[in-house]
Design a protein around this ligand. Structure first.
Ligand code: PGA
Length: 256
């Protein structure tokens, strides 16, 4: 049984006061889920205060990026050890915005994932095709290429412990979500590829999140698909009500 995981990616939004207020409300309503995991990814400078605010809850904190090195002369970067120090336990790697705007490569994603695991962080490895790639019928080719590079430096046992987020670029922030069928088709292909590259048993353990315009009204249908184990939520994670609805829609009724 894979434990579902809902993550909120706050991107470069929210002041510290807004982030703390949002985290507090989410903690009060979603901080005790036993049926799955909730993860919040604030901007880097807020990781520490948000993690402190969530200290007595089941909610984990993620960074939105990391450098592959543990330390060094890399002005402006954050190392996995520093992220862990600040209180995060997850790190999002290879988000399409990083690939699109910051030159992140397939190979770089592999290195960062390797380093995250070496330093005790769980990577959320993001993959997904652009609209042009989908329309050219290249979705599975692109997604498998990105997946292969992301897991190449990892042992099968390590692969079993990471989260893969399938985020079609054309669905991110556009309001145009993949249909549950479209998402499931790619998720099933990702799991098949994982089975080929590791083993069927490992592939069965890997949690696959869907991301791209996840909202309270589409989460249940997405989660009903057999290979969708959670969601990476952008816009709808910035508001307590919609994120809490997504969490309850995915993980069931609140349990104390
Ligand atoms: P969105 O973003 O939910 O606003 O589409 C998803 C993401 O970028 O992770």
């Amino acid at each position: 049984m894979r434990r579902p995981v809902i993550a909120g990616n706050w991107k470069m939004h929210l002041s510290l006061a807004e982030g703390l207020a949002l985290a507090t409300e989410i903690r009060n309503r979603c901080g005790r889920f036993r049926t799955g995991e909730v993860v919040l990814a604030p901007v880097a400078v807020q990781i520490h205060p948000i993690a402190q605010r969530l200290a007595d809850s089941n909610i984990a904190v993620a960074a939105q990026n990391c450098h592959a090195a543990a330390k060094g002369a890399f002005t402006g970067e954050l190392s996995p050890t520093q992220i862990l120090d600040a209180g995060a336990t997850y790190v999002i790697i290879g988000h399409s915005e990083r690939r699109q705007f910051f030159g992140e490569t397939d190979e770089g994603v592999g290195k960062k994932g390797r380093s995250a695991l070496d330093h005790g962080l769980i990577p959320i490895l993001c993959i997904g095709e652009t609209l042009a790639e989908r329309e050219a019928g290249r979705t599975l080719e692109v997604v498998c290429r990105q997946l292969d590079a992301a897991i190449a430096p990892l042992s099968p046992e390590e692969v079993a412990g990471v989260i893969i987020a399938y985020e079609p670029v054309w669905a991110i922030g556009t309001g145009r979500t993949a249909t549950p069928n479209q998402a499931q088709e790619v998720h099933a292909a990702i799991r098949r590829r994982l089975a080929e590259k590791t083993s069927p048993a490992v592939a069965e353990r890997v949690r696959l999140q869907y991301g791209g315009s996840v909202k309270p009204d589409n989460i249940a249908a997405l989660m009903a698909e057999p290979d969708i184990d959670g969601a990476l939520v952008g816009g709808a994670s910035l508001e307590a009500q919609s994120f809490i609805q997504i969490v309850t829609g995915a993980l069931g009724a609140e349990s104390n």
